[in-house]
Design a protein around this ligand. Sequence first.
Ligand SMILES: Cc1cc2nc3c(=O)[nH]c(=O)nc-3n(C[C@H](O)[C@H](O)[C@H](O)COP(=O)(O)OP(=O)(O)OC[C@H]3O[C@@H](n4cnc5c(N)ncnc54)[C@H](O)[C@@H]3O)c2cc1C
Length: 570
Amino acid sequence: MNLQGKAKQKMTYDAIVIGSGISGGWAAKELCELGLNTLVLERGRMVKHGEDYPTAMKNPWELPHRNRLPHQVSKDHPVVDRCYAFDEATQHFFVKDQEHPYVQEKPFDWIRGYQVGGKSLIWARQTQRWSNYEFEAPARDGFAVDWPIRYQDLAPWYSYVEKFVGISGNRDGLPHLPDSEVLPPFELNCVEKHIQQKVHDNFQGRHVIIGRCAHLTKPEEVHRQQGRSQCQARHLCYRGCPYGGYFSANSATLPWAERTGRLTLRPDSVVHSILFDEQKNKASGVRVVDAHTKEMMEFYASVIFVNAATLNSNLILLNSTSRRFPQGLGNDHGLLGRYLAFHNYRGSLLAEFDGYQDRYYYGRRPTTAFMPAFRNVFQQETDFLRGYMVAFSASRSGWGRGLADSGFGSAWKDTLQQPGLWQVYMMMQGETLPKYENHVRLSQDQKDDWDIPQLITAVDYDENDEKMLQDFLVEGAEMLKTSGCQQVVPYDSKQAPGLDVHEMGGVRMGKDPANSLLNRWNQLHACPNVFVTDGACMTSVGNQNPSLTFMALTARAAHHAVEELKKRNL
Ligand SMILES: Cc1cc2nc3c(=O)[nH]c(=O)nc-3n(C[C@H](O)[C@H](O)[C@H](O)COP(=O)(O)OP(=O)(O)OC[C@H]3O[C@@H](n4cnc5c(N)ncnc54)[C@H](O)[C@@H]3O)c2cc1C
């Protein structure tokens, strides 16, 4: 296509953002607020806050299968069906696997939400800052390159995004989990408090806190201006929240960007690749395929933000070939798509707690008890590298003891109405090491319906992950038993990478263009008007839930982009 004059002008913006999810929403908000006419390209359909949450107010009996999925639906969605959040009331926010094929050279559960808002509609909203223990880890043990930034570079941006997002939690004062800007916390229940005390008394350096999460427990003016209101603790979040009680791009960043009058949001626009202008030696725009008509078109801008979520951002860059970049944009050394890492979620423990039979809890709290990493934080102390955080919750099984003890008659029915024993569920979230072998690349012969090469996933666990898993199962059981829990049952789900939905890397940041793709401002070393600020940019993966860090990096990079534009450096 060779558009000239007015026709080209019509397709030209100051900035283009690829993807409208958690990170793309932040790029759109910042770039629009800072005065740039911004085009957001989203491959999925429009989802309007409130209007397009069809199941948000439905009771189980109003859903055709009481929120269970018919066998056929599960069969038709073999990958997303493994995700705990996929059910009858949320299925419309997950991709149909069959429509979006990819090649699993090694098993990888790629969980995707293709719509305006992306996975911000279906995330679990857990938000923790990184500390320098994470930023310095690669330099310490040599796995991955040194991060080009430190906590101090990101701290003001964490504060900046947290105030807008609204994070519920405590100021816990822990060096390895820096405090956030917080709204009032949710409360631990009596059994969780009991375990908290026992862990405190018996395990030095281990802390139980309430999970920090992106929920408005007490909205402030900036949240009211977004049109959001208090979290009702319904815990139906994965259906979209009409109250705006939790943070999503749909409820917060995108409408905020829209209000500036500078946002053009274009759903159903599948970005095929980024265009590179060989003469100007920079990216000039993007090539897009209409999701329905398959028509090809081009849009142009001075600055491009890539926020399609980790693997799709890798795919788009790999598919952006030119004479200058035959292996993909910015990929002079063949490292694009490499050093992918993720979170090890395989281990969990289930236990019973016999006590507090006269106690219960109110509402459906949307977060859990949480233990920041305690292994290898201040010094190397195990035979595996890095560490894991622990999340746990205690609840009373809804069916009462009666269901387990068979019986009949009214007395038995009465027991069914009593809450059952307390149960404790504990799980790990472990850091995996970025390794050259763990990678994605493009298929040479298989394409999708939009004529885009399919992605091949070649990502696996290693010995370090196995050792870390065993350590969690032993340490977790020890903490539960010491707290008075019984019947502690360890479980290794053996789940494939990907199901953690925290895949990161492939376009890593670094100081040296010879072994990394992005500089300290998330610009491609070799094409600085392209910024990658989603999980693809992560040099290593820490043990924290990652999305808060993607948001802070995005806001920081957007401000840098505008400064550079003003200086005519882009
Ligand atoms: C069940 C679940 C629970 C989670 N819980 C947490 C949690 O508690 N804490 C946490 O930090 N993270 C959590 N996550 C992960 C979190 O959702 C992601 O880290 C986050 O959404 C990533 O933001 P993003 O902007 O990179 O991607 P997304 O939010 O997925 O947005 C990417 C967007 O890009 C679009 N896109 C993709 N390809 C193209 C293309 N070629 N052209 C145009 N548009 C494109 C997609 O359609 C999508 O809308 C969870 C995820 C899931 C599914």
